[in-house]
Write a protein that binds this ligand. Structure first.
Ligand code: C2E
Ligand code: MG
Ligand code: MG
Length: 711
């Protein structure tokens, strides 16, 4: 056996013949032509060598003992790599039956005996080249097929004349068809297209042929197993030299996963996860559309805002998940009512709740009605909805009764803007709630300007915290003994997106009534402490930070904990925080006040009474409270130099404070004379426009850096 088999990279030829002389001649000829050769004397040995050497070409006699050439050829084809090898069977010259059989068992070619020696090696080279081309083609087809599989991309060619469509394996896989020969009629593919899209696909193909234009199309196919896929198809027509269409080529891609992901994103962006209803963003689009149509058709649009009365309390007492369950039940109830005709009858154009019903936030739902209607019919609808929502809901195995409030805004009316229409309905609903709940109100018609204004602010205020619209200004306080800045008072401002900077007196009471004062107050505490500590970190001497505490906050349980948290979060020393309490807050429920004040003192903060002298303070109680400072109200300071009564009151307050061991700060000092008066009467500190107005943090910082004194 020759052992130069392919070592130098030559092609390997396996020569199989039981006739040793014949074999030798062939081998010698091939070796001379620089081919590597292996020899076998029958089919059995040939198969063994085939597996060992993976020859590029097999030259095999058909008639051999043990296993003939036909059988060996058939077996080789089944072996790994067997398809890529050229197998030439050597038959007798006139042995037509053998030649035919060679073809059947998969031979690449045949050669007849006696072998034409001078031509043999040339013949072999031709065969090897053909085999290489064949193998390259197969490899590139394989690569294409793998790529198509990864991309879920198939391709097809439609021959018009034969009306057959050749389709790639991947296309067959997408359509769930058996790719035996990959040829189908075009109609077969069309039949798989989902009924919803079928007509459109047929029309597109027809149009492409008529207009001679390529097309792109997305459609759904439905497979025999009931599953479906979304396909993106691109195709173009090919013409002969006379411009007659002869075929069409196209690619198809399975984009189901991408579509699913897109759908998920759309759901997250436009739908409320809890109820599956459109969210505010999507709903306001519907409202815009409705307004657009109404403007052109001179018809009307009505927005109904439904909110659950005292939902916060229900939610707090039930727990979050039961609260969610209740909201889901309300959503279902509203959606059912939209489908029914007895409540909305003449209104609802689309019976699909998803187009007219939305959950906007928390417990607020909205219904969009369009058409030509009277306000009276809206009243009926509103009444029916409220009645419907009064039926008991079963939440967590427990029956519960709720009531709702409903606000209505109508186009044409006060506005033609979708956002404003939504807000007006919200304002009307807030008004209905304020009027005791379980009722409905029309925006404007049932309300006066003041109520509208106030509720508008309340609605904006709800969003102000999360939109980060609050800022703190700081007003310096001066120690009259040293003339130096001893502290600052933090005063809140609301940077409203449309109305500009709003002073606290315009919104604090609204915040108090709506309960928003608690989160706002906590924000102020945190922000003030953070700022005070940050000044220290910027190298400024530590100063006291005074923060106003609303009476609602004072009565909130756990105030001391909230204060402590703000201190801990910021790193500010507790002795540098002063809480300003109002007389009215501390003079109610004395026992609780003492407990709260004591807890606060335990945290380490100082306590002052703001606007002292304007409320009613019992001396008996004042004595029992662990306070530090009295802040003399601005109204007394204002007229001290002209009104002897005020001067007397201030003198009395200072004397009182001294007897109780408390410090005094005079508020609202605007003139040199007022300052002079305070110093003469031994008031400890002053605060007022004479020194400075409240300023943003950076201005205060400059003020502090300047180290100014005021004596
Ligand atoms: P306040 O605590 O008595 O604060 C003093 C108010 O008097 C401030 O008004 C301040 O700008 C003003 N003021 C100071 N010096 C002078 C002066 O020389 N002349 C005049 N005419 N006014 C002066 P501001 O900032 O509008 O605050 C008003 C009230 O709003 C505060 O009265 C306080 O009760 C409340 N407030 C402010 N910030 C907060 C806060 O963060 N939480 C709470 N609960 N209430 C706050
Ligand atoms: Mg104050
Ligand atoms: Mg005050």
């Amino acid at each position: 056996m020759h052992n130069n088999t392919g070592l130098r990279g030559q092609p390997v030829v396996l020569v199989v013949d039981d006739d040793m002389a014949e074999r030798l001649l062939i081998v010698e000829t091939l070796l001379e032509n620089n081919l590597a050769v292996e020899e076998a004397e029958d089919g059995v040995e040939a198969l063994e060598l085939f597996q060992r050497f993976s020859p590029d070409l097999v030259l095999m006699d058909v008639k051999m003992p043990r296993m003939d050439g036909f059988t060996a050829c058939g077996e080789m084809r089944k072996l790994p790599g067997g398809i890529d090898t050229a197998i030439v069977l050597v038959t007798g010259l006139d042995d037509i039956a053998s030649i035919l059989r060679a073809f059947d068992v998969g031979a690449t070619d045949f050669m007849t005996k006696p072998v034409n020696w001078p031509l043999l090696s040339h013949r072999v080279r031709y065969l090897l080249r053909a085999r290489d081309a064949f193998r390259n083609l197969r490899q590139s087809e394989q690569r294409l097929s793998v790529a198509q599989k990864i991309a879920k991309l198939g391709n097809w060619d439609w021959d018009f004349e034969k009306d057959t469509v050749y389709s790639s394996n991947q296309m067959c896989a997408l359509w769930g068809l058996d790719p035996v020969d990959g040829r189908f009629s075009h109609e077969m593919f069309l039949q798989c297209v989902h009924p919803d899209d079928n007509e459109a696909v047929r029309a597109t193909v027809k149009n492409a042929l008529e207009e001679k234009k390529p097309y792109r199309l997305e459609y759904k196919i439905q497979l025999a197993d009931g599953s479906s896929r979304i396909i993106h198809e691109q195709a173009e027509v090919e013409y002969d030299t006379n411009g007659v269409p002869v075929s069409m080529h196209g690619t198809v891609q399975d984009i189901s996963e991408r579509k699913q992901a897109e759908e998920k994103i759309r759901l997250l962006a436009y739908y409320d996860a809890l109820t599956g209803l459109p969210n505010r963003q999507l709903f306001s689009k519907y409202v815009e559309q409705a307004l657009f149509t109404a403007r052109r058709a001179s018809s009307k649009v009505a927005l109904l805002y439904v909110g659950v009365d005292r939902f916060k309390r229900i939610n707090d007492s039930l727990g979050r998940s039961a609260g969610d369950q209740l909201l889901q039940l309300i959503a279902t109830c509203l959606a059912d009512s939209v489908r029914r005709s007895d409540i909305f009858g003449e209104f609802v154009v689309a019976k699909e709740p998803g187009l007219v019903l939305s959950r906007l936030t928390g417990d607020e739902f909205s219904i969009l009605l369009t058409g030509v209607f009277e306000e009276e019919s809206l009243s009926n609808v509103a009444r029916r909805i409220l009645e419907m929502l009064q039926k008991p809901f079963s939440v967590g195995g427990q029956e519960m009764n709720i009531s709702c409030s409903l606000g209505i805004s109508i186009y044409p009316g006060e506005t033609d803007d979708a956002e404003a229409l939504l807000k007006n309905a919200d304002v009307a609903m807030a008004y209905a709630k304020q009027s005791g709940g379980n009722t409905f109100k029309f925006f404007a018609r049932d309300m006066n300007d003041r109520a509208i204004e106030r509720l508008n602010l309340e609605i904006d205020l709800k969003k102000a915290l999360e939109r980060d619209e609050f800022v703190l200004f700081y007003q310096p306080q001066i120690d009259l003994h040293s003339g130096k800045i001893s502290g600052v008072e933090a005063l809140i401002r609301w940077q409203h997106p449309e109305r500009g900077l709003i002073a606290p007196l315009q919104f604090i009471s609204i915040a108090e009534e709506s309960g928003l004062i608690l989160p706002i107050g906590a924000w102020v505490l945190n922000e003030a402490c953070r700022q005070a500590y940050s000044w220290q970190q910027n190298g400024l001497a530590p100063i006291r930070m005074a923060v106003n505490i609303s009476s609602y906050q004072f009565r909130q349980t756990g105030l001391a904990t909230i204060v402590k948290q703000a201190l801990d979060n910021s790193g500010l020393a507790s002795s540098l925080l002063e809480l300003e309490l109002t007389e009215s807050a501390i003079m109610q429920d004395i026992d609780t006040t003492i407990i709260t004040l004591t807890r606060l003192k335990e945290v380490g903060v100082t306590l002052s009474v703001d606007d002292f002298g304007t409320g009613y303070s019992s001396m008996n109680y004042l004595k029992r409270f662990p306070l530090d400072t009295l802040k003399i109200d601005r109204s007394f300071v204002m007229d001290i130099t002209t009104d002897p009564n005020d001067a007397a009151i201030i003198t009395a307050i200072i004397a009182l404070a001294e007897s109780l061991g408390l410090k005094t700060i005079a508020e609202g000092v605007e003139t040199q004379e007022q300052l002079q008066f305070m110093r003469q009467h031994l008031c400890d500190e002053i605060q007022g426009f004479f020194i400075s107005k409240p300023m943003p943090a950076d201005e205060v910082e400059r003020f502090l850096v300047s180290g100014m004194t005021f004596c």
